[in-house]
Write a new protein. Sequence first.
Length: 339
Amino acid sequence: MKFIRRTLIAAASMALLSASFSALAQDIKPRLIRFGYGLNEQSNQGRAAKVFAEAVEKASGGKMKVRAIGAAALGPDTQMQQALIGGAQEMMVGSTATLVGITKEMALWDTPFLISNTKEADIMLDGPIGDKIRAKLQDKGLVGLVYWENGFRNLTNSKRAITKMEDMDGIKLRVMQNNVFLNSFQTLGANAIPMAFSELFSALETKTVDGQENPFNTILSSKFYEVQKYMTVTNHVYSPWIVLVSKKWWDQLSKDEQKVLADAAKASRDFERKDTRDEASKAMADLKAKGMQINELSPAESARMRDKLTKVYALIGTDVGMDLWNEAQKELGRIRASK
Ligand code: TK8
């Protein structure tokens, strides 16, 4: 009797032990998050992805692990977006401009000369307008956590210095896969060619295209100065990036896990914007030192270009809806009046 009881107790405690071990094994098996991005590791995007990964790992006590995968190794923006929607990939950061096929309201950010400084950018993106646009992603299978700064875009090419609009005539210019960008540069007289960012360097190198437009930081980190002689400071549009999560996957997370990601995303945003602005303020000198010939547009030419580009405003209003368009204009007016 004694023997049987003892064996029973032993068996029961063994069972208990193994149950708690497998619970433990589940506990310590970290959630793996594949976080894809398009630029290389030594870029503002790469540095901020690392900050995000570290913040997630620390806040989750190692239970969540981010594998940041750059240089479009998981595919260009549009391909990663689909992988997120389908649940085959957990996270990414990419341009809002390549998202317009999924959420048309994103096209607001493509409006030439909409945002004129970083203060306006931060309030527009982190305030009610940015939130409203971000929320639209939910129905499409995506969760938008925060906006990062890509930056004010400038023009480069290998043909000639652009000092006036007419200099753009016939320049084969790569643009993002986005109608507003396509129309904007067609309107300015360029031969605009939509293309994924991941194909851009070699397209410039082989002269499949003559030029492109991106912020200083990217021209530097992607080494476009090796294949582009001329840069024109146009600041024609402020481009955001957006940190995205697969909604399919997000919905399986606990509230605590969701909070870890949301908090880490905010920390990465703050780091990224500061890092990007610091780098951008020095990048022009760096690009000159690398041999680029840089010119600024005269105020008169800049105004002409701006004037011409207002043509595309009507198109954007129709795309994003006049309510959102008007709301955005009102918010900008408010920011400008508040100083
Ligand atoms: C990087 C792109 C890039 C964007 C572009 O994946 O495509 O020109 O400016 O930053 O998102």
